[in-house]
Design a protein around this ligand. Structure first.
Ligand SMILES: Cc1cc2nc3c(=O)[nH]c(=O)nc-3n(C[C@H](O)[C@H](O)[C@H](O)COP(=O)(O)OP(=O)(O)OC[C@H]3O[C@@H](n4cnc5c(N)ncnc54)[C@H](O)[C@@H]3O)c2cc1C
Length: 507
């Protein structure tokens, strides 16, 4: 054991956060004495770095894992894990308000206890954090170093004055919230995903800048807790990547939950007076002022490349697109690979995880696994959820692929009617005149669960007609997928086959 790491500053909100830190940044942790050189040195212990370190250690490699903040990265500490318990509690309140539609009766004066919801979130985060604990990683044979890593050369990294040499390295430093350059915003103060989960009381009013997945999920959740939430998004619809009808449904859902939706709206100035933040916006030339208590920004992510001194290692990068990698995830230094948000367009936990596995195989086993071979699904956890896999119609058109689309609205699905969850649709795209599934969008309360069946079919090369032959349990919302598949199977029956069956029946 060598040098002790300086105590990490993290707002400590009580026993659950103390438990979390005990796992992901143990107080008094002493970095191990370095082995020389490591088969694999991993920078960043988020989803990508953890998967890479575990995968490489399981192969018998010597592994160093360097983390400057908390093990588990964004997902565990400031992202997916804290957001989902809050979204769930917010949904309980929404369901309670909607109880009469379910033939149920709850008191009309529902009291929201935000502190209790935050406490539950912290408890859950600490519990999930056990999986990523420094202790467990050490037990798996991984040398965990806390401190910021920067390259000293093409085969060495410095961590707080300690030199770690490597045969292969993986950069998995993730991304951080993009900070808007709006006059007055820094002075007024604002929340990002790194601070919003530290709130101890519900903001009476909140402006969310940016209508991507993070902005939409949190805007809806906080509105359901009872905040007055305004969301300003510079484009005509939320979720810029998604198909327009899906994005429109999210916009409608947010509005139904009481979120003030300002689309095509740019925030141009922020001022503070009497403790309130006054936000100037422009919509189609129209200037308006919104007064709120808090502002949260969610305008996008930027790759975390600062401070790595990539030039010293000959690793090319771009401040906006991140580390430059080829399809095998190798950087311009053939001994250095990258994975996760720091180099990928698709910034999701499972993509980070899958890319790390590819990078480890390619780096340590001379593998030739390609990133482009992956089928990547994703989901925005608004209510209804929006999930997608594969190509969008516009992408298929750009590639000159003829598309046929089968759409089934959720209001035609028995289980969705029974559940009172009729908003949404299943839309499956196939290559025209073939059985090949190109992609799908699902908008439904549990779209994130439903999309996995379609991903499975795509990865396994199962055609949509085969999906039609799979008996789905009744009643489930996934029946919508089967109905879309059946429509496709019917359309594939040739006129001759139809003529023949008619003749046979009428013989
Ligand atoms: C609010 C929110 C909700 C989200 N919800 C979802 C969701 O529901 N589903 C989903 O799939 N995705 C979700 N995401 C995205 C997901 O969190 C990221 O895609 C994922 O965490 C990326 O993993 P990563 O390993 O690439 O990076 P990260 O998790 O960011 O990890 C990178 C790590 O590297 C460390 N690091 C950086 N620089 C250095 C350095 N110089 N030295 C040492 N360490 C360094 C950082 O401290 C960090 O711990 C969400 C994101 C946010 C912000």
């Amino acid at each position: 054991m060598s040098q002790a790491h300086p105590p990490f500053k993290h707002p400590d909100a009580g026993p659950h956060d103390r438990e979390l830190l005990g796992h992901v940044r143990p107080p008094g942790w002493r970095n191990p004495r370095p082995r020389d050189p490591y088969h694999l040195l991993v920078i960043g212990a988020g989803a990508a770095g953890l998967a890479a370190a575990r995968g490489a250690a399981a192969l018998g490699a010597t592994v160093a894992l360097v983390e400057r903040d908390l093990l588990g990265g964004d997902c565990l500490n400031y992202g997916c894990v804290p957001s989902k318990p809050l979204i769930r509690t917010a949904r309980v309140y929404a369901d309670m308000r909607n109880a009469a539609n379910y033939g149920a009766c709850v008191p009309s004066d529902i009291r929201v206890d935000f502190a209790m919801a935050m406490e539950r979130m912290r408890r859950i985060r600490a519990r999930i954090g056990r999986t990523d604990s420094a202790q467990r990683l050490a037990e798996a044979g991984i040398d965990v170093f806390f401190g910021a890593a920067r390259f000293a050369s093409g085969d060495a990294v410095d961590v707080d004055g300690t030199r770690l040499r490597f045969k292969k390295a993986l950069i998995a430093t993730g991304s951080r919230s993009m900070l808007p350059t709006i006059p007055g915003l820094s002075e007024a103060g604002y929340l990002t995903n790194e601070t919003v989960f530290d709130l101890t009381s519900l903001p009476a009013s909140l402006l969310v800048i940016g209508g991507g997945p993070i902005g939409c999920e949190l805007a809806q959740a906080l509105a359901r807790f009872g905040s007055r939430v305004v969301i300003a998004h510079s484009a005509p619809l939320f979720l810029p990547k998604e198909e327009r009808d899906a994005a429109q449904m999210v916009s409608d859902a947010l509005a139904r939950d009481g979120v003030e939706v300002h689309l095509n709206t740019t925030v141009v100035d922020v001022g503070v007076e009497g403790g309130k933040k006054y936000v100037e916006t422009i919509n189609d030339g129209n200037v308006a002022t919104i007064a709120v208590d808090h502002i949260m920004t969610g305008i996008g992510r930027v790759p975390a490349v600062e401070g790595l001194e990539l030039e010293a290692a000959g690793v090319a990068y771009d401040a906006h697109r991140g580390i430059r990698v080829d399809d095998f995830l190798a950087t311009t230094n053939r001994s250095v690979y990258a994975a996760g948000d720091v180099c990928l367009e698709h910034q999701f936990v499972d993509t980070a995880n899958a890319s790390a596995r590819i990078a480890v195989r390619n780096a340590l086993l001379l593998g030739r696994k390609r990133m482009s071979a992956l089928t990547i699904p994703w989901c925005t956890y608004t209510d209804p959820e929006v999930a997608h896999v594969g190509l969008y119609v516009r992408q298929a058109r750009e590639r000159g692929i003829p598309v046929k689309t089968y759409t089934v609205p959720m209001h035609d699905i028995d289980r969705a009617i029974a559940d009172g969850e009729e908003d949404g649709f299943v839309k499956i795209h196939v290559r025209d005149r073939t059985d090949t599934i190109l992609g799908a969008t699902v908008v439904a309360r549990h779209a994130g669960e439903m999309i996995n069946g379609i991903s499975l079919a795509m990865v396994a090369g199962i055609g949509l007609s085969t999906v039609a032959r799979v008996i789905h349990t009744y009643p489930t919302q996934a029946d919508a997928i089967k109905m879309a598949a059946e429509a496709h199977a019917r359309s594939r029956r040739s006129p001759f086959a139809r003529w023949l069956s008619r003749r046979w029946i009428n013989r």
